[in-house]
Design a binder for this molecule. Structure first.
Ligand SMILES: Cc1cc2nc3c(=O)[nH]c(=O)nc-3n(C[C@H](O)[C@H](O)[C@H](O)COP(=O)(O)OP(=O)(O)OC[C@H]3O[C@@H](n4cnc5c(N)ncnc54)[C@H](O)[C@@H]3O)c2cc1C
Length: 497
């Protein structure tokens, strides 16, 4: 004989007929059936969920799920959480101070990163844990450091001396106004996501010479694109990463003192220690996935070739990694969309070779144009904080240039990454992907690229929340908890519901 005790809240889930039944005598059998169906419905609500990938998106998904009643397993191929968020700790020979440097995501700000900042605050990361700095820019041709093409202000108006080469103050003002216009369009948020750089330049009425020599290199410093491809590349991701704040305001940028990478690890560790049904599996690469007839998923990892069954799977890797393990036949609508989202390799080099920053005009972001118009970008980390003086983080270097740095100076760290190629159809493809994935039971995607087509710590965080909502049966408990803690979520959610 099995006795089932119903609590008041269980009982409140019964309808009126069922309650009458429950109260009447002689109907024990029927009552028991109701009891069982209720119990099974509670069991069904608790799912076994897999998160594939422990970068920002995967770790945030793990955190969000920790307030629900589900069993959650996070699989990360590397030996640590963080993904792109990778911090290294180095001794700066110039200042003799140990500093943490983020090799991947490094910069954020209030406004476009408010949700991320709220999550950090929830984990007790406060203002004292941030560096605050001004994000200035210097643009120059390789070999012509004495005569930079463009230098943004840094607290005084001397920068007017470094006007756009052979140009007038009028042109400098034009650049500042174009950057401001980009910021305003970003804030307004009504630009169609497939708007190309070329369309926007025309809409903003930017003079062609200024567009080519100054704005385009600034816009594409983190995105591989040639000027003759300006019609193929989208402007919106650029606004997200480069022009999200007005050059006419002095709003500061933020960086992490201990490193964004170490924050992600801290969040994973803290959540894991309090989450009874949460399990983080490091060094477990997902090799393949298969779908069962009952809609469940089997995950095979390098450590478990037998496979383990899950109700839902949140894929929080980049699309080019997802292609490697998702089942091609079962997901034949999704695979072409994933393959159409192109990523390209890039490498960050942390060094102390002064040739990649301007000496006379110290600025945070140095954009260096080679003769063939390809770009090298260097962040002068001393502009973030004096303890980092003399440390530079450069991307876009070729092997010969890296060897030359090694000969003259010290390389402290090198890290390889993948950057999305933001063609104008990137956003459209991600939308289509979400739409197709929503038709497949128990499958959702997280990662900044999945929602607005732009990857930042903010979009990775938001995407994790949306994917978590898709993966569970009842979002009430989840929303009740997180909408109370994270007010920015309330602003975002209506757009995606
Ligand atoms: C060089 C660089 C600079 C950036 N700068 C900024 C910045 O300043 N500010 C900002 O906000 N954003 C920045 N970004 C973007 C930011 O890094 C991303 O938005 C965010 O970190 C992506 O997180 P994610 O979890 O979606 O992906 P990832 O961080 O790539 O995480 C995916 C994880 O999945 C794991 N994985 C892959 N395949 C498998 C598998 N088969 N099995 C198990 N695990 C697997 C990977 O090991 C990885 O840990 C930058 C990105 C780069 C590359």
């Amino acid at each position: 004989m099995i006795f089932v005790i119903l609590t008041d809240s269980d009982k409140s889930k019964l309808n009126r007929n069922e309650t009458t039944l429950l109260n009447s005598k002689g109907l024990r059998m029927k009552t028991l059936i109701i009891y069982f169906s209720l119990i099974f419905s509670f069991i069904a609500e608790s799912k076994k969920i897999a998160i594939i990938g422990g970068g920002t998106a995967g770790t945030m998904a793990f955190n969000f799920l920790s307030v629900t009643d589900n069993e959650v397993h996070l699989f990360e191929a590397r030996d640590e959480l963080g993904g792109n968020a990778r911090s290294v700790n180095v001794l700066n020979p110039k200042t003799n101070k140990r500093v943490s440097v983020d090799m991947g995501p490094l910069v954020f700000a209030t406004g476009p990163w408010d949700l991320y900042l709220e999550v950090l605050d929830y984990f007790n990361v406060k203002g004292k844990d941030f560096y605050k700095f001004r994000g200035s820019i210097a643009l120059w041709d390789m070999g012509n450091e004495q005569d930079p093409s463009f230098v943004t202000p840094k607290g005084n108006i001397n920068y007017l001396k470094y006007l756009s080469r052979n140009d007038s103050i009028k042109n400098v003002v034009k650049v500042a106004l174009a950057l401001h216009k980009s910021y305003k369009d970003f804030k307004k948020g009504d630009l169609p996501p497939d708007t190309s750089i070329e369309q926007w330049l025309r809409r903003a009425k930017v003079n062609e010479k200024i567009a080519r020599d100054i704005l385009f290199p600034i816009f594409t410093s983190f995105h591989t694109a040639r000027y003759d491809q300006r019609d193929e590349f989208a402007i919106l991701p650029i606004m997200y990463t480069t022009t999200f704040r007005s050059p006419l305001t002095v709003k500061k940028l933020l960086a992490s003192k201990p490193g964004i990478g170490s924050w992600i690890k801290m969040i994973g560790k803290e959540v894991n220690s309090n989450f009874k049904n949460g399990f983080i599996h490091l060094g477990k690469k997902v090799l393949s996935l298969s779908k069962l007839n009952n809609g469940k998923w089997v995950i095979y990892t390098n450590n478990n070739k037998q496979g383990e069954v899950f109700d839902s799977v949140i894929v929080s890797t980049h699309p080019h990694h997802a292609i490697e393990f998702l089942p091609k036949q079962e997901l034949n609508n999704i695979m072409p969309l994933l393959s159409a989202l192109h990523y390209h390799p890039t490498q960050g080099v942390l060094h102390n070779d002064h040739r990649y920053v301007l000496k006379n005009h110290k600025r945070f972001l140095n954009i260096i144009k080679r003769n063939d118009e390809s770009l090298i970008t260097t962040m002068n980390l001393g502009e973030i904080h004096r303890d980092m003086k003399g440390l530079f983080l450069t991307s876009g270097l070729n092997d010969d240039e890296i060897d030359a740095i090694e000969d003259r100076s010290t390389i402290f760290a090198k890290e390889k990454f993948y950057h999305p190629l933001y063609k104008t159809n990137f956003y459209h493809n991600t939308q289509k992907l979400r739409e197709e994935a929503s038709k497949i039971k128990g499958l959702s995607f997280a990662g900044g690229w999945t929602i607005v087509g732009e990857e930042t710590q903010e979009t990775a965080t938001l995407s994790a929340y949306l994917a978590v909502r898709e993966s569970i049966s009842d979002t009430k408990k989840l929303d009740e908890f997180w909408l109370r803690k994270l007010t920015t979520l309330r602003k975002y959610l209506p757009q995606y519901e």
